[in-house]
Design a protein around this ligand. Structure first.
Ligand SMILES: Cc1ncc(COP(=O)(O)O)c(C=O)c1O
Length: 393
């Protein structure tokens, strides 16, 4: 496998890669954080699976999919993530798994405290606040320090842990959807462990663009989707529970289709998108054969650095996400400091430069424009973005 840093800047290689994807003419998409494209071959496989399942109906599903294919798919997913198959259960998306982990975590007593930060996904915040009403716990909310550094992020958590001795559970987002900040998960989880605090990790944006090892991160509970950087069809995700911690998550809402010691009892038993699931082996094969997360992450970081390096020091622009390689990935946010309404500026990027981005609010550091190149984005498109940002500032 060639050196990922060298390959990241090889436009010819990435053009050949991009040719595997059908892309609608129109705005240049710099909002690839929402969900990723499937390759043409994955789309074809998905279509074949839709037709097969439509023709064979429950005969295939009950005799083959349920008995063996779904287990093989789970085993392949586990291998890709580097965990044992019995520690993961397929879900419909990241939210599904995260909500189940939060809802069914059974170690909370009334009066305990749970922690969230401004950077958590709103659904996760909502679920943690739901615990206040349904478990009688107190929700502690902290703001991340800005500008963020590895040390001040860790220090803000350490301070919260020390100040709130009743903390038992916290949510942590690996890559925040607001600014693209990558959290120092391992260090925060280790500090949390010293205080006996469990961490539920939101890995929605991490899988496929960041290489990580859940065990090494010290994470026992996590939720992911498969549609952002892996290239899978929409409607798929999974939850992870470390084997020795399974008993700390109750079966979901009296679920009884699986044994109590089977992680699948922690998900709602329902009819999944079977053709999408059946497409996963090809998705994994394509992801791995092009170098997996290290190769994709290097390319996305390279594209991100193309624009960030050019505008970081320009008056009128604030890049919100730091340049410490431990704290950034392909997603990075900026703000026009001389313009109050970032939504207006995002619309100008679209109308005047054909660049599609998205505004994100809710971070303590203020509203920002989130810029997310994708795997079909070119260095020339990043150069256009730099020109646009410079002219609009
Ligand atoms: C940080 C984060 N967490 C959770 C989610 C929810 O993921 P899903 O739509 O797969 O439920 C998202 C979606 O973009 C996200 O960005």
């Amino acid at each position: 496998m060639p050196d990922n840093t060298l390959r990241a800047r090889d436009e010819d290689f990435w053009q050949t890669f991009a040719d595997r994807y059908a892309v609608e003419p129109g705005p240049i998409n710099l909002e690839n954080g929402y969900f990723g494209r499937m390759s043409r071959t994955v789309v074809e496989e998905y279509q074949r699976n839709i037709e097969l399942i439509n023709r064979s109906n429950s005969v295939h599903v009950r005799r083959r999919f349920e008995l063996s294919e779904s287990l093989d798919i789970r085993a392949q997913l586990a291998e890709m993530v580097g965990v044992r198959a019995q520690t993961i259960a397929l879900t419909r998306n990241a939210t599904d798994g995260l909500q189940s982990l939060i809802r069914n975590y059974n170690r909370l007593q009334p009066g305990d405290q749970v922690l969230i930060s401004d950077l958590e996904y709103d659904t996760v915040k909502g679920a943690m606040r739901w615990l206040a009403r349904h478990r009688g716990v107190e929700v502690i909310e902290i703001d991340h320090p800005h500008p963020a550094t590895f040390d001040n992020l860790l220090a803000s958590y350490r301070e919260a842990f020390a100040r709130h001795p009743g903390l038992k559970l916290m949510a942590l987002t690996h890559v925040t959807h607001r600014t693209g900040l990558v959290m120092p998960v391992q260090a925060i989880a280790a500090a949390a462990k010293e205080h006996g605090i469990d961490v539920i990790l939101d890995g929605a944006h991490a899988l496929g663009q960041i290489a990580f090892d859940l065990e090494a991160l010290g994470i026992a509970f996590a939720g992911f989707n498969l549609h952002k950087w892996i290239g899978a069809p929409l409607t798929l995700g999974f939850m992870y529970i470390a084997e020795q911690r399974l008993a700390d998550i109750d079966p979901d809402m009296g679920e009884m289709h699986f044994a109590i010691n089977d992680i699948r009892a922690r998900t709602s038993y329902s009819t999944p998108n079977i053709p999408a699931l059946m497409t996963l082996p090809l998705v994994f094969e394509e992801h791995q054969s092009m170098g997996g997360s290290p190769a994709k992450g290097s390319r996305l970081n390279y594209l991100r650095n193309q624009w960030v390096k050019a505008v970081r020091d320009l008056p009128g622009i604030e890049v919100m996400t730091p340049d410490d390689p431990r704290l950034y990935c392909g997603i990075t946010a900026m703000r026009f400091t001389r313009h109050t309404d970032q939504q207006v500026m995002a619309e100008r990027l679209l109308n005047e430069y054909n660049l599609f981005t998205v505004v994100r609010t809710g971070a303590a550091c203020g509203p920002c424009i989130r810029i997310t190149p994708g795997l079909t984005t070119t260095a020339a498109e990043m150069a256009l973005l730099v020109r646009a940002l410079d002219e609009l500032r």
